[in-house]
Write a protein that binds this ligand. Structure first.
Ligand code: DC
Length: 225
């Protein structure tokens, strides 16, 4: 296993980060952490408990008291437990997806989750995926990548995922949703989505996930930053 490095993979929604980060973790024998799933878990809890999504304090309290565990399943597929219950599928519900940016823009929620994520990265041997991993969660990560792809390609990818899960898809609407989520994520005041200065930007439009995985694994095994 090459070193016990920390690998940060950031980028906008639907750029294929999850597939890539999981594949890299698998190839390197590292732990894979999908931080978006944690924001999704808090959002699900808020929806289930009818917490007003404009109430930052209530959402922070929820995040503070929630027990979120990311467990490794087969092939680095993760299982997300929220207060002990398996919510792996529920957190992908379009209603959660629609509301998660709002929850992720609450400073108190971010503080709680960022602290938990930084702790998970301690000791290395981790591939962590999100929006602010290279900038905030692990600013001293050994390797930082920022993955981008055209909005159209990202919408098409997400629509294939949603169709597989049995949700109806409107490609135009999905493209708009992705663009508006990007805007919210990159314009928020706290921890906005932007590449770290020392991140390598990979435009994977037209690349297969396998090609992107190979590129990142090569960088890490060659020990180049
Ligand atoms: O990657 P995803 O679509 O599951 O992320 C869900 C939401 O959480 C998305 O709106 C961005 C936000 N997020 C974030 O703000 N910071 C992270 N580190 C990961 C996700």
């Amino acid at each position: 296993m090459p070193g016990k490095y920390t690998v940060a993979i950031d980028g906008p929604a639907g750029a294929g980060k999850s597939t890539v980060a999981r594949g890299v973790a698998l190839a390197l024998g590292y732990r894979y952490v999908d931080t978006g799933s944690m924001y999704r878990a808090v959002t699900l809890l808020a929806l289930e408990r009818n917490v007003d999504l404009t109430e930052g304090e209530a959402l922070t309290e929820l995040a503070n008291n929630a027990k979120i565990d990311i467990i490794e399943g087969r092939e680095k597929n993760i299982i997300v437990l929220l207060n002990g219950a398996d919510v792996t599928e529920k957190i992908r519900d379009p209603l959660v997806t629609k509301n998660v940016s709002r929850v992720a823009s609450v400073p108190g929620v971010r503080k709680v989750l960022v602290a938990a994520q930084s702790a998970m990265a301690e000791g290395g041997g981790v591939v962590m995926e999100g929006r602010d991993i290279g900038t905030v969660v692990i600013p001293d990560a050994d390797f930082k990548f920022f993955i981008v792809a055209s909005a159209r390609e990202r919408a098409a990818r997400r629509s294939r995922d949603l169709e597989k899960m049995g949700y109806p898809v409107d490609l135009e609407k999905l493209t708009e949703e992705i663009e508006s989520r990007d805007y919210l994520d990159s314009s928020r005041e706290i921890n906005p989505l932007r590449p770290a200065e020392d991140a390598e930007i990979i435009d994977c439009t037209g690349m297969t996930a396998g090609e992107v995985i190979d590129l990142i694994v090569k960088r890490v095994t060659e020990g180049r930053t």
